[in-house]
Design a protein. Structure first.
Length: 548
């Protein structure tokens, strides 16, 4: 398989004046070069189109297709629309942040690697294991989701489907990264076609083009209304709480959207592919999330009891509910089939992300060295097998008592996503101020500079922190206490602090001073290793707007 041009270890430039009197120390640059040894060990099987399509639709899954109905029921059509829009804007800053840092430091592991160099090795360790836990729980959760989706057509012992889908994910993860890329490319195309199809269907229904010929318009925005009185609390407070609760649904729907750099070392021309994927964040959030939640709010009333009836199959999808209300019969099976591939796709993505994070931590000495082992396909196979062992957690759902425990573990995952986004914002802000302190012009010296900085990142950090501390607010309302909600909402906070300060005390680490960040060293490596010029689009390819 063709591999990317290896990073040159050119020592001819012992000291190179990059800007003014700032010089890069030869030893520092060469030590940074050692970080890129993994580029030679793994295979660069992810092409531009893989990264672009994974970025566009890779994270779209059950959170949007099935979970959006819960957002409508709790907040109403306007509340859900505002919630998904605000979180979409906030998470775009996260994608911009990892895109800029990932283009400069294209190594596997994403934020785990950036934290090491631009903030504190202790944060790299703490957030790394936070992510490992998140992936350990999300993989069996997606397998269980896939097994439940099959029940829409046939009912057999779920253990059979858990085993089948688990084995498929494991085999896929152990093969060439190109296999994963092609699978995700196909799954993303299916999801894009489904989203376009259901939005067109919703438009036709609301305009009166359904079999029953009934025109809906904005009827459901007037009755039962644009907002919902959440938890039975009257007035504007109840409506605001419903709107605020929608943020949790949106967080789950957007989770994983920042994973475009997690396999950067296995991406061809990452300094071009990653920024191109990041720059399209606004359009994909607008078209695939915000527009979709808006159309759902038009065709399904927020007081429809089926929105809160969790079946795990297409029957709980608001689009299926809308189709049945309009008298359309063929839609449920089509949606269920694509959502099934979405669950499989999400499991594959979690396997990829989790194994690369664990590999990156092992390279940094923050995880056992055995996880650095690479098979002949260029895959960190021990890390993949480690996650494969935890797939067995899916069997807990076969027992009613164990299923409760599994649900608790799964609920903590959404909070670990929020913690990860907070860490990304903090590390990126340190990176920005490090560039400023060292006199680095981000727009001329870096491979790519994200727009609207640092303002949007600060705004996102404030919002995410507020959501972290208010995520379990409902437990503090009289008569609404829930052990599960409290633990899943707040257990992650002390855990991340224990990991951070524990490692800090054990390894005696310190926060990297702004002037000592190795940003200039990475710029030197970037300048020594130019990527090949992109091919000029010709003929029909000029009309391809999905990937470059």
């Amino acid at each position: 398989m063709e591999s990317v041009q290896p990073f040159a270890n050119d020592s001819s430039s012992t000291e190179k004046n990059i800007s003014g009197d700032d010089k890069i120390d030869h030893v520092d640059v060469e030590s940074l070069h050692a970080n890129f040894d993994e580029v030679r060990e793994v295979k660069q099987g992810l092409h531009q189109r893989h990264i672009q399509m994974i970025a566009i639709a890779g994270t779209i899954g059950t959170g949007l297709f099935l979970g959006s109905g819960r957002a409508i029921a709790r907040a109403g059509p306007l509340g859900a629309f505002l919630g998904y829009s605000i979180i979409g804007l906030a998470v775009s800053s996260v994608v911009f942040a990892v895109g800029e840092m990932g283009a400069l430091v294209p190594l596997n592991g994403g934020i785990v690697r950036y934290s090491e160099h631009f903030f504190d090795p202790a944060l790299s360790f703490a957030n790394g294991w936070n992510l490992v836990y998140s992936y350990l729980m999300s993989i069996p959760a997606e397998i269980v989701a896939a097994a439940v989706l099959v029940e829409f057509w046939v009912t057999v012992n779920n253990a059979i489907w858990i085993t089948v889908f688990g084995a498929l994910m494991l085999v896929t993860a152990l093969l060439f990264i190109r296999v994963y890329g092609e699978l995700e490319f196909a799954f993303s195309m299916l999801k894009i076609m489904l989203i376009i199809g259901v939005n067109v269907m919703a438009l036709v229904i609301t305009c009166g083009g359904g079999p029953n010929g009934e025109t809906i318009g904005f009827r459901y925005w007037r009755n039962p209304g644009p907002f919902v009185q959440y938890l039975g609390i009257g007035g504007s407070l109840g409506q605001f709480l419903g709107f605020w609760t929608t943020f949790n649904n949106a967080l789950y729907a957007y989770s994983g959207i920042e994973a475009i750099t997690v396999a950067a070392a296995e991406t061809r021309s990452p300094r071009r592919a990653i920024p191109q994927a990041a720059k399209r964040i606004f359009i994909r959030i607008l078209v695939f999330y915000v527009l979709t939640i808006f159309m759902v709010g038009l065709v399904v009333p927020s007081d429809n009891e089926n929105l809160l009836h969790s079946t795990g199959t297409a029957s709980q999808s608001p689009f299926v509910i809308a189709a049945r209300l309009a008298g359309i019969k063929a839609v449920p099976s089509i949606i269920n089939a694509v959502v099934l591939t979405s669950a499989w796709s999400s499991g594959n993505s979690s396997m990829l992300g989790g194994s690369r994070v664990l590999y990156g931590m092992a390279v940094n000495g923050q995880a056992p060295a055995i996880f650095k082992r690479i098979n002949r396909f260029g895959i960190a196979y021990i890390a993949v097998i480690f996650y494969g062992l935890f797939m067995s957690f899916g069997y807990m759902t076969l027992s009613s008592s164990a299923s409760v425990v599994f649900t608790w573990l799964q609920d903590i995952v959404s909070i670990s996503t929020l913690v990860n986004w907070i860490c990304i914002c903090i590390v990126y802000l340190r990176f920005l101020y490090g560039c400023k302190r060292q006199g680095i012009n981000r727009h001329t010296e870096l491979p790519w500079a994200a727009p609207f900085q640092p303002y949007t990142t600060w705004a996102s950090l404030v919002l995410f922190t507020l959501l972290l501390f208010t995520g379990g607010y409902s437990t503090f309302i009289h008569g609404e206490w829930s052990n599960e909600t409290f633990i899943s909402s707040y257990l992650n906070i002390p855990l991340i602090l224990i990991f951070y300060f524990g490692y800090k005390f054990w390894k005696k680490t310190s926060i990297v001073p702004l002037e000592d960040m190795p940003i200039r060293g990475f710029i030197e490596i970037y300048q020594r290793n130019p990527e090949p010029e992109p091919k000029i689009k010709k003929g029909i390819h000029k009309f391809n707007i999905l990937w470059s």
